[in-house]
Design a protein around this ligand. Structure first.
Ligand SMILES: C[S@@+](CC[C@H](N)C(=O)[O-])C[C@H]1O[C@@H](n2cnc3c(N)ncnc32)[C@H](O)[C@@H]1O
Length: 265
C-alpha cells in the first residue's frame, strides 16, 4: 500500500477544515456555483476527494459518483461516511491523479477537484492529466476545478502586517516547499489564465469565480474564534462581490469551469 504526505492529516482534516466556519463558508460558495451543473443524470468523477464530504453531499443530486484520492486514510474516512449515510451511488477509490486514467473505462459528465488537490501537481503533470483525462470526459462534459491562485490579497495583507517572509509567497513560478506534520511536498500556485492555457489542448474556460475573496484562508480560523461578527461581515462581502471573475486570482481559491472543446465538423 502506498503512503501519501496527506495520510497524517486525514484524521484531523474534518475538524481542522471541513467543520470549521471558514471551511464550511468556502465550501458553500463552491456549491452555489456547482449546483446548476448537477442533475440526476450526471455521472461525476471526483479527484482528490479527501474525506469525501463533497461526494456525500452531492450524492442525492446526481446519478453516480466515483471519488478518488491518493491517501488511503482519507479514503477510509470517506468510506465510513458513505456507509453511515447508506449511499449506494457513491464509490471511493485510493488512486493517484497521475495514474487515474489507467483504471478508467467509462465516460463522466463532470470532473470535480475541490480545494487545491491540483495545486499538488506541477505544470508538466497538469498537462499530462489534461491529455490523459480527456478521453474519459463526455462530449458535453465539464471540469470544475477549485484551485489556489497566486495573489490572495488577504494572505498577503496578513503576512505584510506581520512582516512575515511568507508575504507574496504564492507568486512564484517554482513550487513552494510545504510541510504537513513531518512530511514535506511542493505546492504549485496557478492563475486562472495559466490553468486555461495548460488545459487548452482539449478544454476551454466557461466560467471563473472567486472562492474566498473575503472569506479568509482556513489557517486563520483561530484568529476568528471570538470574532464571529467579523467573519459574518466578510461572508456578506463575499456574497456581494463573489461573481467578479477578474478578482479570482486575488482570492484564496477560485472555481474554474472548463468545457470540452468541440471537434470541427
Ligand atoms: C486540501 S485536500 C482537499 C480534499 C477535498 N477535496 C475537500 O474538498 O475537502 C487535498 C487532497 O488532495 C489529495 N491529493 C494530493 N495529491 C494527490 C494526487 N497526486 N492524487 C490524488 N489525490 C491527491 C490529498 O490526499 C488531499 O486529500
Amino acid at each position: 500500500m502506498s503512503t501519501s504526505v496527506f495520510d497524517s492529516s486525514a484524521h484531523n482534516y474534518d475538524v481542522e477544515f471541513t467543520q470549521t466556519p471558514i471551511g464550511s463558508m468556502q465550501r458553500n460558495r463552491v456549491y452555489k456555483f456547482l449546483r446548476p451543473l448537477l442533475s440526476l443524470q450526471t455521472k461525476l468523477l471526483e479527484i482528490n476527494c479527501g474525506t469525501g464530504q463533497d461526494a456525500i453531499n452531492m450524492a442525492p443530486f446526481v446519478s453516480s459518483i466515483m471519488a478518488t484520492d491518493i491517501s488511503q486514510p482519507m479514503i477510509e474516512i470517506a468510506e465510513k461516511k458513505r456507509m453511515h449515510a447508506k449511499l449506494n451511488n457513491v464509490s471511493f477509490k485510493c488512486i493517484d491523479i497521475n495514474v487515474l486514467h489507467l483504471g478508467l473505462n467509462n465516460k463522466f459528465d463532470l470532473l470535480l477537484s475541490n480545494f487545491g488537490g491540483l495545486n499538488c501537481l506541477s505544470e508538466k503533470e497538469l498537462r499530462a492529466f489534461s491529455n490523459n483525462i480527456e478521453p474519459f470526459i463526455s462530449e458535453q462534459g465539464q471540469l470544475a476545478l477549485v484551485i489556489m491562485g497566486k495573489k490572495c490579497w488577504i494572505e498577503n495583507l496578513w503576512y505584510l502586517l506581520r512582516k512575515d517572509a511568507r508575504y507574496k509567497r504564492r507568486n512564484t513560478k517554482k513550487g513552494l516547499h510545504t510541510k504537513i506534520n513531518d512530511s514535506t511536498f511542493y505546492t504549485y500556485y496557478y492563475s486562472p489564465e495559466e490553468i486555461g492555457l495548460i488545459f487548452s489542448s482539449h478544454f476551454q474556460i466557461k466560467k471563473v469565480r472567486p472562492i474566498g475573496l473575503f472569506i479568509p484562508p482556513s489557517y486563520l480560523n483561530p484568529f476568528f474564534t471570538n470574532k464571529a461578527w467579523l467573519l459574518k461581515t466578510l461572508y456578506f462581502f463575499e456574497k456581494l462581490f463573489g461573481r467578479l471573475a477578474f478578482l479570482s486570482n486575488y482570492s484564496d481559491h477560485y472555481l474554474i469551469i472548463l468545457t470540452k472543446k468541440q471537434l470541427p465538423l
